[in-house]
Design a protein around this ligand. Sequence first.
Ligand SMILES: [Zn+2]
Length: 189
Amino acid sequence: MKVKSGDIVFPGDFLAVSEEVIPSEGTYDDDGEIKSLVVGEVARDDRNKSIKVISKFSTPPILRTGSRVIGEVIDVRGQRALVRIHSIKGNRRALATYFVGGVHVSQAKKGYLSKLTEAFRIGDIVEARVTKVMGLDGIDLQTSSRDLGVIKAMCTRCRHFMEMNGKDEVKCPNCENREKRKLSANYEG
Ligand SMILES: [Zn+2]
């Protein structure tokens, strides 16, 4: 069934094939299929062959390449740290949709990083920049700039937040544990 203007769609819903229309705001191209990135109303322009989804939430914070986001590290495995994105920096509204982004080991910091666990641990709060949006589970993040990275580190031993203790090192005020991180210049600990 053809999706038409006024239809309400949800994240991941199929809208059209990419040969038919050009994806615009609130959509993404999933290997040739244009899908919705948000909950919203379809606006289809057949003359200009474009389709967009207007979010049903006022002033929607929509994730796009270049957005700076705040999130929580929910997993660190192999080459990728997974970050649950809570908000877009400068926009106090929580995101309408649940987004998880990934920081590849090569995008975590400048220079050599032998293990991703020397940059992030589960529970850390990070600030990152979006480098690619390819659907709901294809969000790539980067933290290598000076002002990006961990802004609050959680102790892996006792789950307390830690204090900055020199370059890319944090110390737990509760148990004295020291750990490595890729710290942001804006570390809040
Ligand atoms: Zn501790």
